[in-house]
Design a protein around this ligand. Structure first.
Ligand SMILES: Cc1cc2nc3c(=O)[nH]c(=O)nc-3n(C[C@H](O)[C@H](O)[C@H](O)COP(=O)(O)O)c2cc1C
Length: 173
């Protein structure tokens, strides 16, 4: 191990935590997918938010994970919901992604997402991919909760993805 690396691992042994800004700056270097995760709340009202902390977990059974902030207005709904949909956004969906990350507005007002029936999660028909999930497990992870979904159905379409990198959408900067 080089002197530099052992310097950096010294604090690991001591149980130190990286500074908040250093952590955020490092994670900003990690290109991330952009999705809209949708569900319904306990009254059957639609709920959805833009999420990048989404990835595949297992092939057998097919599992995906979504990390949701405990402070998110969708937190309760997603943690308690029996079903949710992960919609993977394409490069032209940046305005939609921004709307689904904006607080205090009706995110569904544009009508782009459609629900198969009242009380069922909406999906985006022109998403690059949609994954219909049953809530499999919730795992506490600091100020977030990892919601694991068992994928009941999935579709994929050709196209380029919307990518979040260095605090912006790659395609719009
Ligand atoms: C590109 C992008 C990715 C995001 N990823 C997540 C995520 O993975 N998990 C999460 O809880 N919030 C994520 N957010 C924040 C939410 O979309 C939303 O803005 C936040 O929950 C505040 O909205 P609220 O009023 O619903 O609480 C992301 C926002 C953006 C712009």
């Amino acid at each position: 191990m080089t002197a530099d690396l052992s310097d950096r691992f010294g604090p690991v042994a001591l149980g130190a935590e990286a500074g908040r800004q250093a952590f955020r700056d490092a994670m900003a270097c990690l290109p991330a997918p952009v999705t809209i995760v949708t569900t319904v709340d306990e009254h059957g009202a639609p709920c959805g938010f833009t999420a990048s902390a989404v990835c595949s977990l297992s092939l057998d059974p097919p599992l995906v994970m979504v990390s949701v902030s405990r402070t998110s207005s969708c937190f309760d709904a997603l943690a308690k919901a029996s079903h949710f949909v992960v919609n993977v956004l394409g490069r032209d969906h940046d305005a939609l992604a921004t709307r689904f990350a904006t607080s205090g507005i009706d995110r569904f007002s544009g009508g782009e997402l459609v629900s198969p029936g009242e009380g069922l999660p909406a999906h985006l028909p022109d998403a690059l991919a949609s994954l219909w999930c049953a809530n499999h497990e919730c795992i506490s992870a600091g100020d977030h909760v990892i919601v694991v979904g068992r994928v009941a159905d999935a579709v994929a379409r050709p196209g380029d993805p919307l990518v979040w990198h260095q605090r912006g959408y790659l395609t719009t900067r």
